[in-house]
Design a binder for this molecule. Structure first.
Ligand code: GLU
Length: 512
């Protein structure tokens, strides 16, 4: 029988969620939705020393912003909870004890200073100490101590850990949906700590117990967990859960733009792009990290960009909505090699999504910027300005720089442009423009004909000089959209006022 698809995103709340983690969550989500399965958010906080307040909230807020929804999890509940490992603490001990009883794990009493001494001893021989099938018989654990002694130590409250007992000389194969079979020799693997005497499991034990009890069918996670996968496979085997073991897919790394090494916050700072979804302030150091949201990225653009970093739909299509991604996603099309982050591409996606955005929505984003500049504008007008100017921007935050003159008349005029365009006689030409505006019907075609054909062409005037001077009067510089479109938007009164002000301010320039 086909198994119900159940996947989980299982972050540790140790700080802001890296964009690579967001991609992991996204791929899980796409996979779950495509198969009509469930998506779980589990918080893996067994390592209390790395716990950072606010991180869990941040993760939830970031994924909600991006439209990555969960069917079960810390914030939405579900039938397999609790979904925070610290809240599941009481249930892990029995599993550690089961492994010990079955001979798959053992108590180890080695004190930190003893382990340190061992490490030093090996270092002196230019070797690395590993607690494994070769060395465990020389250490202080339930394999070397008598049962009575082990019981005595536990009863007297001596600290211990429970370690996994890797069998010697065993080939362990992890079947990975992206990489195929990955085989490791158990002799190379260390007997990882699974449980500590304070009752807390480590990541490895909690992760396997939870994936099993939450009936997770597929583990889709970052490549950095591939080295742990042989231990995980062995744990499923030791528990007798191998026939319901999830299938594994280890995602390639997100690389620096240059391609050498993992994308880090430092790369983002260096090249001016965020590596986190939302702004974050470290509660201990106060250090700020910038986020995609606050930089003006649209969630759909971030999702589209991330989906294509390490996966492709098998076609050249680049603009893909969440619905299309859900339809097209396939683990077979995830690449084995790392995906280089591309800042230009990120901006390009945002630009494309701004073009697709309804002008009303863009205007809503623009309103607070206008208010911050002390401008009370009419919504209809702002919508029109957005529609006209959005092709020039990649971020809503760039709107003001490109459109300020739609909302406030220029107070100065670009001197180089004045010198180049405002030739003697220009005040007369501009006065004529005012006259045309005041006497003719205020319509694009009428004005176009009257200015360009009847006035400029018929008299043999220089089109560039007159039109650019007109533009200078309206904008203050020689930039902006089609001139008469701008005139239509500004309206008759505002246009004539600006023309008159330019005439008065620049005056007759006989020096040009
Ligand atoms: N807690 C692990 C992390 O922070 C989860 C790894 C896994 O998905 O198994 O990435």
């Amino acid at each position: 029988m086909e198994r119900t698809v159940r996947v989980r995103f299982a972050p540790s709340p140790t700080g802001p969620l890296h964009i690579g983690g967001v991609r992991t969550a996204l791929y899980n989500y796409l996979f779950a939705r495509q198969h009509g399965g469930q998506m779980i958010l589990r918080i893996e906080d067994t390592d209390q020393t790395r716990f950072v307040p606010g991180a869990e909230q941040y993760i939830i807020e970031a994924l909600t912003w991006l439209g990555i929804e969960f069917d079960e999890g810390v914030h939405v509940g579900g039938n397999y909870g609790p979904y925070r490992q610290s809240d599941r603490k009481p249930m892990y001990r029995q599993y550690a004890e089961q492994l010990i009883a079955d001979g798959h794990a053992y108590y180890a009493f080695d004190r930190p200073e003893e382990l340190e001494a061992k490490r030093k001893e090996y270092e002196a021989l230019k070797q690395t100490f590993q607690y494994d099938c070769h060395t465990r018989s020389t250490m202080c654990n339930s394999l070397t101590l008598s049962d009575d002694e082990v019981q005595r130590r536990i009863k007297s409250g001596e600290p211990y850990v429970v370690r996994f007992k890797f069998p010697a000389d065993t080939l362990i194969t992890v079947h990975d949906l992206i990489r195929g079979d990955v085989t490791m020799n158990s002799n190379l693997l260390d007997d990882k700590v699974l449980f500590k005497s304070d009752g807390m499991p480590t990541y490895h034990l909690a992760n396997i117990v939870d994936d099993h009890t939450m009936e997770v069918s597929h583990v889709i996670r970052g490549e950095e967990w591939l080295p742990s996968a042989p231990l995980h496979v062995m744990l499923y085997r030791a528990f007798g859960w191998e026939d319901t073991m999830p299938q594994f897919a280890h995602l390639p790394l997100l690389l620096k733009p240059e391609g050498n090494g993992k994308l880090s916050k430092r790369d983002g700072d260096r090249l001016g792009f965020p590596v986190f979804p939302l702004d974050w302030q470290d509660p201990k150091t106060g250090e700020m990290s910038s986020g995609y949201r606050e930089r003006g990225y649209l969630p759909q653009a971030v999702v589209n960009m991330l989906a294509l970093l390490g996966w492709n739909p098998g076609t050249e299509q680049e603009i893909l909505s969440m619905e299309e991604l859900i339809k097209l996603f396939s683990i077979e099309h995830i690449s084995k090699s790392g995906a280089k982050f591309n800042v230009e591409k990120a901006r390009w996606f945002n630009h494309e999504y701004i073009q697709m955005m309804p002008n009303e929505e863009l205007a809503n984003l623009f309103m607070p910027q206008l208010q911050a500049h002390g401008i009370q504008a009419d919504m209809d007008y702002v919508v029109k300005v957005c529609g006209l100017m959005k092709e020039r921007i990649s971020f809503p935050t760039e709107l003001w720089d490109h459109t300020a003159y739609f909302f406030q008349a220029p107070t100065s005029y670009d001197e180089a442009a004045v010198r180049k365009r405002w030739k003697p006689g220009m005040t007369t030409h501009m006065a004529h423009m005012i006259e045309l505006l005041q006497t003719l019907p205020f319509e694009y075609d009428v004005l176009h004909h009257a200015i360009l054909d009847d006035y400029i062409a018929a008299n043999g005037y220089n089109t560039g000089q007159i039109m650019n001077s007109f533009r200078l009067a309206l904008v203050g510089e020689t930039k902006g959209p089609d001139l008469l479109t701008l005139v239509m938007l500004l309206g008759k009164d505002e246009t004539t006022t600006r023309l008159q002000r330019a005439i008065d301010t620049i005056g007759e320039r006989s020096d040009n």
